[in-house]
Design a protein around this ligand. Structure first.
Ligand code: URA
Length: 275
């Protein structure tokens, strides 16, 4: 026989339904509050029967004791966790990770963002590009490298005989730093776990680092001028540091260097430059 109150049955059905949809589905806090309040009431002892009122009340010799019916409700049998800890990132798919970043407030950059720029491309990409952080156009559109530097990056990708859809493009930070300044270490470090998980899921064969900021946070190195064109390694993945396309827009003469670095990457994929 099932003695549980109908509310619990309904709640259990609701929880089972949510879990069937996704093992990690969360339940709205208001629903949980209602659940725990109901649990608290249900676990309170039943009120004892009230004695019949005497016909002629006599003056009480001592103060009337509080009826146990008004005793404080005992602690609920179901203890609610104070804080619902998020799932560890290393269990999340790309889609789940993206959803998580949409509500991220791990650093100050969330305050001014119009959009989180998660990254985009082929989730099974062999080649991945990592830039610094979204600029104004990227913040407006929620997509990486769509402004002037992005158009140049697209040309670089095509010159390597890849399409934008074939590769994956992300940044060190997913929210725009004010006035396009370099992300602060706190901001970069707060955002890095998301990028690390993206790399872990995508498992590219090669990562191209665009400029000094990804060089610093992915390889832990400074000096893009002297490091560009030299293969590095990140968790067993080959890494090629190269100039950032925004730098190439300011210094077109550096395109020769970047092209030589990108050709190293092409060789690794068995692609040769055809004029
Ligand atoms: N610069 C970057 O580093 N990333 C972008 O997404 C756009 C410009």
């Amino acid at each position: 026989m099932n003695d549980s109150p109908p509310f619990f049955d309904a709640m259990m059905e609701c929880l089972k339904h949510e879990q069937a949809k996704s093992p990690r589905a969360s339940v709205a806090p208001e629903v949980l509050d209602q659940f725990y309040n109901e649990a608290a009431k249900a676990s309170a002892p039943p009120a004892p029967p009230q004695p019949a009122a005497p016909e002629i009340p006599s003056a009480p010799e001592k103060p009337i004791e509080k009826s146990p019916a008004f005793a404080p409700i005992p602690k609920p049998v179901f203890q609610r966790h104070q804080q619902i800890t998020p799932c560890p990132l290393n269990e999340l798919s790309l889609d789940e990770l993206r959803l998580m970043t949409l509500t991220c407030r791990n650093c100050e950059l969330h305050q001014r963002r119009n959009n989180v720029v998660f990254g985009e491309g082929n989730p099974q990409a062999k080649l991945m590009f990592i830039g610094e952080g979204p600029g104004m156009d990227e913040d407006e559109q929620g997509r990486p490298f769509v402004g002037a530097a992005g158009q140049l990056l697209t040309k670089m990708i095509n010159a390597m005989q890849f399409s934008r859809e074939e590769v994956y493009i992300a940044n060190i930070v997913k929210c725009r730093p004010p006035n396009n300044r370099v992300p602060l270490p706190d901001e970069a470090n707060a955002c890095l776990p998301y990028l690390e998980r993206q790399i872990e899921v995508i498992q590219p064969e090669v990562i191209v680092l665009l400029g000094a900021t990804p060089l610093q946070y992915i390889l832990g190195l400074t000096g893009i001028m002297r490091r560009r064109g030299q293969w590095g390694e990140y968790k067993g993945i080959k890494v090629m540091p190269a100039y950032h396309p925004a730098f190439l827009l300011r210094r077109p003469e550096a395109k020769r260097d970047v092209w030589s670095d990108l050709q190293e990457v092409m060789k690794l994929f068995g692609k040769t430059y055809r004029r």
